[in-house]
Write a protein that binds this ligand. Structure first.
Ligand SMILES: [Fe+2]
Ligand SMILES: [Fe+2]
Length: 165
């Protein structure tokens, strides 16, 4: 693949991925403002941006076999909690940016959990159990089977968890 197109696919993947999350955030805000029609529009376009993002990513050759994908996912999570977030947390502290510090801290703690889950799956993907997961909507803490009474990362109660089947 030509260098320009390869670069463009990566750029388009990043842009569409961000647009998806941005529109979902905008949809939540529209719901808060009782603008349900606009919220639905944002969610629909967000879903379409995901279609674009996934297509660009696949065409760019970003998807390997599951073992490779798990390995890549594990490395990414490890990079985040070993290097990326610790630096960002210390920058936020230095600059007195409390909300950013908390946001980075939550992500940092949860990436450790994600890394552990991926490492476990990598041990034997064939035997890795099929289960539902619960995700804390405050911090992203991710847990299999049952949601805890209290989130171990942010302290939110059970109601803050949503199920991912
Ligand atoms: Fe993660
Ligand atoms: Fe949490």
């Amino acid at each position: 693949m030509s260098t320009k197109t390869e670069k463009n696919l990566k750029e388009a993947f990043a842009g569409e991925s961000q647009a998806n999350r941005r529109y979902l955030a905008f949809a939540e805000r529209a719901e808060d403002e009782s603008l349900h029609g606009v919220a639905k529009l944002f969610r629909a376009v967000a879903a379409a941006e995901t279609v674009h993002a996934l297509k660009h990513f696949r065409v760019a050759g970003g998807v390997g076999k599951t073992r490779e994908n798990l390995q890549e996912a594990l490395s990414g999570e490890m990079h985040e909690f070993k290097n990326m977030y610790p630096q960002m947390i210390s920058d936020a502290k230095e600059e007195g940016q409390k909300a950013a510090e908390i946001s980075f801290h939550y992500a940092n703690e949860v990436e450790k959990v994600h890394a552990a889950l991926y490492a476990k799956a990598l041990e034997d993907p064939e035997k890795f159990p099929v289960k539902d997961y619960h995700v804390c909507k405050i911090c992203g803490y991710t847990v299999g089977d049952q949601a805890p009474d209290k989130c171990p990362v942010c302290g939110a109660n059970k109601k803050a968890f949503f199920k991912v089947g």
